[in-house]
Design a protein around this ligand. Structure first.
Ligand code: DAH
Length: 370
């Protein structure tokens, strides 16, 4: 047997014996790799006589092609075997029951917010949004909180570190700054595309969102939610405000009649100002709306103060309006009876599974909004 034939027999045997892809790769490198046996033989062709070269050349090229083909077919066989083994190993038993699936739930605050938005949307209110990080002007000054007035302290404000210009931004203490943003027409672009910018009256907006105050007990959390409402038009009076809030509570609590009362109050940005209470009964720690002798405060409201209209560039002799601000979490507790407000934001999935809502029952807040 010639050397070439011996080499071919040896390589062919070793290819057939290679038990896995790694072993096969080792044979390939030895046979055809840069420093492999066949390239080494091919290199010697140059030093042969022309006759010898004519005889050896085709034989070596044929050897190279045959070995390459043998390697490829062995590789395919090994890969097929690999796949078969994996399929056998990873077989799925379709008769097994599926693992239990945990269903997510809608947080009560989001549910209540959606319910409120849907009711106001039906009444023709549009959505307006503002930033959580506000400046003093929108949160206080434009809303007629006098500078350095103790009323500012009322809100236990979280302030941010002063910026390079010395301005101290803050976490908004209420959603009322969105009133200002909705009325004030400025040349400055809004800080983000979703933030409300001033519009021509008539204005009818609600503004849901997060608000912050440095306060924490069973009925207060440092972050909570409010929905602000604002209506600006000609000849708007307290009667419009009373009807709107009365109609809202009837729809929200799904009762034909809910007894409400307006108590005089003070807010710097409304005159007159009031708080509206709903009649209720507290029995065994549960609050029942629409019966009983007790009152629960649910919303602050009033006629927009002429100074606020002026601060926002509207003429108070032409335009009037009313405004209101609901605490969403509080209202949720009243309707659905969660005992401790702090638990609402503790991110405990067991609490959420108990008090949460099915995603499919939530109203679609997009319906009817302009
Ligand atoms: N901003 C008030 C608060 O945080 C709530 C409020 C009261 C909003 C009266 C209003 C309003 O728009 O007219 O307590």
């Amino acid at each position: 047997m010639s050397d070439t034939e011996t080499l071919k027999a040896d390589l062919t045997r070793r290819i057939a014996e290679a038990g896995d892809l790694a072993a096969l790769e080792a044979v390939r490198l030895e046979a055809l790799g840069k420093t492999g046996a066949i390239p080494a033989l091919l290199k010697t062709l140059g030093s042969l006589s022309p006759e010898a070269r004519r005889e050896q050349g085709p034989a070596l090229n044929a050897l190279r092609d045959e070995i390459a083909a043998a390697l490829a077919s062995r590789r395919e066989a090994l890969e097929d075997a690999d796949l078969e083994a994996r399929l056998a190993r990873e077989a799925v038993d379709l008769s097994l029951p599926p693992p239990p699936r945990r269903r997510g739930a809608v947080h009560p605050t989001m549910q209540v917010m959606d319910e409120m938005i849907a009711i106001f949307a039906e009444m023709g209110f549009a959505l307006a949004e503002g930033p959580d990080i506000e400046d003093d002007f929108h949160n206080f000054t434009a809303l007629n909180f006098p500078p350095r007035h103790p009323a500012r302290e009322m809100h236990d404000t979280f302030f941010l570190k002063p910026g390079p210009d010395g301005e101290r931004k803050l976490l908004r203490t209420h959603t009322s700054p969105v009133q200002v943003r909705s009325m004030q027409r400025t040349n400055a672009p809004p800080p983000a595309p979703w933030i409300a910018s001033g519009r021509e009256p008539p204005i009818r907006i609600i503004s849901p969102g997060r608000t912050y105050r440095c306060d924490s007990d069973a009925t207060h959390t440092p972050m909570f939610h409010q929905i602000e409402g604002l209506v600006i038009d000609r000849d708007i009076h307290m009667g419009h405000l009373k009807w709107t809030l009365g109609e809202f509570v009837r729809r929200f609590f799904e009762l034909d009649s809910v007894v409400t009362r307006f108590r005089p109050h003070h807010f710097p940005f409304t005159e007159p100002s009031a708080e509206m209470d709903v009649q209720c009964e507290v029995k065994d720690g549960e609050v029942r709306i629409g019966q009983g002798q007790e009152w629960s405060e649910i919303v602050g409201c009033g006629m927009v103060h002429p100074k606020v209209l002026e601060n926002c560039g509207l003429d108070p002799d032409v335009w009037q309006g009313f405004a209101f601000g609901f605490g969403v979490d509080r209202l949720g507790r009243l309707k659905y009876g969660m005992p401790d407000l702090r638990e609402m934001f503790a991110s405990d999935v067991r609490w959420l599974a108990h008090y949460g809502f099915s995603a499919f029952s939530a109203p679609n807040p997009a319906t009817g909004l302009s």
